[in-house]
Ligand binder design. Structure first.
Ligand SMILES: NC(=O)c1ccc[n+]([C@@H]2O[C@H](COP(=O)([O-])OP(=O)(O)OC[C@H]3O[C@@H](n4cnc5c(N)ncnc54)[C@H](O)[C@@H]3O)[C@@H](O)[C@H]2O)c1
Length: 473
């Protein structure tokens, strides 16, 4: 067997890599390490997904340049192998953990997958294995949730700066290197974006830099500590959410006062140091809507430890903190962004009323069901919330999305007999719609644009009753 010392200068010749969780993040990570020559063992609980991956077929169906080809190549060469059996990780020197880390309806982190993966790993790893958490977690989670689980059997001790663990046979290493990828750009992001490499010791942080340098040749790889890495990831996504919320709030103001947020944004961004983001129909996915709550949840980690002693499950709801002083901005931004699908509903209802129709009698076409253009990812999609509002009001809802299996088909056939259409996702296919055909198919040509996808004058000239988010009358 190869020496576990190899983790300090990992190369394809001396290091076997394990990847736990083969979803949007883990699968491309596994492929990338295999591409540069590492022997990679991928683990997922879903047998069907594992079988598909071992057959060289990518389970990710959106427009994901290069992924399907790369997967076929690394499976074909034998450098990547997927399995449901944790025992196969016995030979891995470095293991990344890429499982889902959602929050529940009360915004409390749900670490079932992370806890289960940590427990399973503690049963199969070897002394001196390096485990790197790539999942996004609340600040403090790696050392306060993952580490105690790994150490619970009494078999392992995670190395620390204090260096008191002297027994090499029980020593393991822990790191935190959050992912920055986004669907549609998975491989491109993985290869080109910088990473924070947080280690349980400075030497481990350096070892992580050496590891990721194999797949990220040019971008910065910053050695840091685990808590900083956790804070960086949750902060960057909370920052984005707050910025989008600001754009959405200005959009709502513009609609009320008769302005145009798109023109305003263009001119605002001519002012030095301003970079106002795009307003829109809502924020979705497995990152931006939940990572701000993970950042906020870090405030309550002290409570968590007490809860666990009492047999409690997760961290207290961040809402409990609202009763004290902070956070204020993060929940406010979340509330604005969560409101946008409701606002799209309000826009449809208002235009239908203006046409003398009721929402309850209307047949409404929702264009786009993923949360992101040209992606099949529907997690936390704003379209789901719009559809719920429409259905609760009695409308008949027709959903179309070229990337989501159950909603594919001819868009003009979907539009047939519809009283209104709402553009929720700026899929490329929707940018070149034949408006004459769309108008002919619909009962009344009413179009609400949630993404500023269309030119208002062209739509109005084509005979549409057209409204765009952020544009007042
Ligand atoms: N999706 C993104 O764009 C993105 C970007 C950056 C970071 N992240 C973060 O990366 C993490 C993973 O996100 P994702 O989008 O890849 O999630 P995902 O749901 O697509 O993939 C997670 C995979 O882990 C598997 N899994 C769950 N529990 C397991 C266990 N105990 N053992 C083995 N496999 C297990 C699941 O079956 C699933 O296939 C999350 O923390 C997320 O916040 C996601």
């Amino acid at each position: 067997m190869m020496s576990f010392k190899s983790i300090f200068s990992p190369t394809p010749a001396n290091t076997v890599i394990g990847v736990v969780g083969l979803g949007y993040v883990g699968l491309p990570v596994a492929c990338e390490f295999a591409r540069v020559g590492f022997s990679v063992i991928g683990i997922d609980l879903k047998a069907e997904r594992v079988a598909q991956i071992n057959a060289g077929i990518s389970p990710i169906e959106g427009n994901e340049p290069g992924l399907a080809e790369l997967l076929a190549e690394v499976i074909g060469s034998g450098r990547l192998r997927a399995t449901t059996d944790y025992a196969d990780l016995h030979e891995a020197h470095i293991i990344t953990v890429n499982v889902e880390t959602p929050v529940d309806d009360n915004h409390v982190p749900q670490y079932h997958a992370l806890r289960a993966a940590s427990r399973s790993l503690s049963q199969v790893i070897q002394p001196e294995t390096l485990i790197i958490i790539e999942s996004t977690v609340a600040p403090g989670t790696t050392l306060q949730v993952v580490k105690p689980i790994l150490e619970a059997s009494g078999k392992w001790q995670v190395a620390s700066d204090k260096g008191q663990e002297s027994d090499v046979q029980s020593k393991i290493y822990l790191g935190m290197c959050p992912e920055r990828v986004m669907p549609g750009l998975l491989l491109q992001n993985l290869r080109n974006l910088s990473r924070a490499c947080g280690g349980c010791t400075p030497e481990i942080a350096q070892a992580m830099v050496a590891l990721y340098r194999h797949i990220i040749p040019n971008a910065d790889l910053d050695a840091t500590d685990i808590l900083t890495a956790e804070l960086v990831k949750t902060t960057e996504n909370a920052y984005r959410d707050v910025q989008i919320a600001f754009a959405n709030e200005v959009a709502l103001i513009c609609e009320t006062v008769g302005g145009d947020v798109w023109k305003v944004r263009q001119l605002v961004n001519k002012s030095p140091g301003r970079n106002m983001l795009l307003a829109g129909a809502g924020v979705g996915g497995h990152c931006i809507p939940k990572d701000p709550w993970l950042l906020a949840a870090g405030l309550n980690l002290k409570f968590k430890n007490e809860n666990e002693k009492l047999g409690g499950e997760e961290i207290n709801s961040p809402f409990s903190i609202l009763n004290s002083q902070f956070p204020k901005l993060i929940p406010a931004a979340r509330a604005v962004n969560e409101f946008m699908p409701q606002h799209m509903f309000d826009m449809v209802a208002a235009r239908l009323t203006a046409q003398g129709k009721t929402i309850a009698e209307a047949r409404v076409l929702v264009l786009g069901y993923s949360y992101l253009e040209n992606s099949d990812d529907t997690r936390d999609t704003p379209s789901e919330k719009l559809v719920a509002h429409l259905q609760a009001s009695g409308a008949t809802v027709i959903i179309h999305d070229p990337f989501v299996a159950q909603y594919r088909g001819d868009v003009y056939a979907a539009a047939t007999g519809c009283d209104a259409a709402v553009l929720m996702v700026k899929h490329t296919a929707y940018l070149s719609l034949d408006f004459h055909k769309l108008k002919t198919a619909m009962t009344s040509p009413l179009l609400i644009d949630g993404r500023k996808a269309y030119d208002a004058s062209a739509l109005i000239a084509a005979g549409f009753d057209y409204s765009c988010v952020g544009v007042g009358n």
